[in-house]
Design a protein around this ligand. Structure first.
Ligand code: MSP
Length: 509
């Protein structure tokens, strides 16, 4: 049995969850479920980032303490993950003792080693991004990442000797082509590192909401140093036995493209300094816009996942987000695109195939799977396409190509619909001499779908469970169910209800 450790970013609690957050978490969930199905021991971590000036400011504005704010917002995240069927193993909050202890430990060990030292900082700071910029990096005197105003800060600060690890990091990125994905992002990071790494300011004295620097409580630890460390404190670091030994290094950190530099430059160099192994992979996905525009509170176009789930159902939302846009590219959310996917892919293709085929076996054989005869060319073709799909989906998910995996499944669903049209069971049913042939056709079409729904289980857990139930498969979906021949003679198949009712399409709403 292999082990698989994967993480989402930990979300800031100064904002309530939107589809951008749901997207990363959902992708991680599909991967976690896929690995569990293969029998792997999975550790799937998510959580919240609760320290820093941004959270402190939001709390002040709301007339709360930062912890009151965090306690309130964390519930919103946890409730959404439940509603979205997210099967995380652990939820870390950076205000938890286990985390604070681990961060203080690693910080102190780097001070002791001389890789963190006390100095003085003067530069431009972007509070929303919690990032310092040099004057030359600014664009029109604004933050080059978010285009918001920056302020000049001068403070005594601890520095991390990031410059010392530049060559080692470069060598690592070059020797491990899969370390940073997708490729275009890897190239961006390579050029960034080649330009040279400056030492990094890793403490602040201008506010107090954070983890104090061990031995100098005037300073709080920089929020990104604090946050990134969650990936090991959740495993029990600095205890090196137990989960840490079992699961570190992480198989994949799933993140959005905006926080790639933190994960592929800062984090690996912190780990190098601490003498710990580096992540196997950091994958940066793209950003969602909404009806062509950047999602923002001021534009009042933030897409609220709870509302979407209430309106369209959890599996339709899960399917749409991972099918519509290749993971790694930017995408646009629109209600009309979502409704279109529901009607064409889910109601027409997937749902209709299940309806037609389960209705037929009930009509012709009272729902009981019959002994089959020899397979004809058309049957062999459906069988081999189904078997090829299993291999393709495994390989696409290995590449985090969720959309391609779904596409591969849909090719077989379409082939199934075509198979029914071409083998015309209604004609076979008229001729008693064709009874065995009819039984074989019924078998092939149901068996192909049984395997499709196994592969769909990580994407649409509720729907797959329902569909497999209609197909007489009561066991949990597992890798052993991916073999052609799993549907046994004598199994009772139930006539399916519509999996996805059609929604009236009226363009964008
Ligand atoms: N707290 C940091 C992460 C620390 S990880 C050690 C943070 N939090 S965040 O809440 O602002 O963002 C979390 C994730 O949401 C990021 O991966 C970001 O890319 C993602 N998204 C935020 N808006 C998004 C879209 N509009 N579209 C897709 N993902 C987006 O950053």
């Amino acid at each position: 049995m292999s082990r698989f450790y994967l993480t989402t970013p930990i979300y800031y609690v100064n904002d309530v969850p939107h589809i951008g957050h749901a997207y990363t978490t959902l992708a991680a969930d599909v991967l976690a479920r896929h690995h569990r199905m293969k029998g792997d021991e999975v550790f799937f971590l998510t959580g919240t980032d609760e320290h820093g000036q941004k959270v402190e400011k939001a709390a002040n504005a709301a007339g709360e303490t930062p912890l009151e704010l965090a306690d309130r917002v964390v519930k919103r995240f946890q409730a959404l993950w439940e509603k979205l069927d997210i099967s995380y193993t652990d939820f870390i909050r950076t205000t938890q003792e286990r985390h604070k202890k681990g961060v203080a430990h690693i910080f102190k060990s780097l001070i002791d080693k001389g890789d963190i030292y006390l100095g003085e900082y003067e530069d431009w700071y972007c509070t929303p991004c919690e990032t310092f910029w040099t004057e030359t990096q600014l664009i029109d005197f604004k933050c080059p990442d978010c285009n918001r105003p920056v302020e000049k800060l001068k403070e005594e600060s601890y520095f991390f000797r990031m410059s010392k690890y530049q060559e080692q990091l470069l060598a690592h990125i070059e020797a491990n082509p899969d370390f940073i994905q997708p490729k275009s992002k890897r190239n961006e990071i390579l050029s960034f590192v080649k330009e040279g790494l400056r030492d990094l300011s890793v403490s602040r004295t201008t506010f107090t909401w954070g983890i104090p620097v061990p031995g100098n409580e005037k300073h709080v630890i920089y929020v990104w140093f604090d946050a990134l460390t969650n990936y090991i404190t959740a495993l029990g670091y600095p205890e090196t036995g137990g989960n840490f030994e079992k699961f570190w290094p992480v198989d994949v950190h799933l993140i959005g493209k905006d926080i790639l530099r933190f994960h592929s430059v800062y984090w690996p160099t912190f780990l190098m300094a601490a003498g710990l192994p580096l992540p196997n992979k950091v994958f940066a996905h793209g950003w969602w816009t909404v009806e062509g525009q950047k999602m923002s509170k001021s534009l009042q176009n933030v897409v609220e996942p709870n509302m979407l789930i209430d309106k369209y159902g959890v599996d339709a939302v899960r399917y749409f987000l991972l099918r519509e846009v290749p993971f790694g590219l930017d995408g646009d959310f629109s209600h009309s695109a979502l409704v279109h996917r529901i009607n064409s892919d889910l109601a027409n293709d997937l749902g209709n195939l299940l309806n037609r085929s389960t209705a037929m076996i009930n009509k012709y054989f009272e729902g009981i799977v019959q002994p089959t005869g020899p397979l004809q060319e058309i049957d062999e073709s459906l069988k081999s396409r189904t078997e090829a799909m299993v291999v393709q989906v495994e390989s696409h998910l290995g590449d985090l190509a969720f959309s391609k995996a779904l596409q591969a499944i849909w090719e077989v669903i379409s082939a199934g619909n075509k198979y029914i049209d071409e083998s015309a069971p209604w004609t076979l049913a008229k001729d008693p001499a064709q009874k065995e042939r009819l039984a074989t056709v019924m078998y092939c079409i149901l068996e192909s779908q049984r395997i499709c729904h196994h592969l769909l289980a990580p994407f649409m857990p509720e729907t797959a469970k329902k569909a497999l139930g209609y197909l007489g498969w009561d066991a949990e979906p597992a890798a052993s169910g991916l073999q052609w021949g799993g549907l046994k003679e004598g199994t009772s198949v139930v006539k399916a209800e519509a999996l996805f009712p059609r929604i009236e399409e009226k363009g964008s709403e």
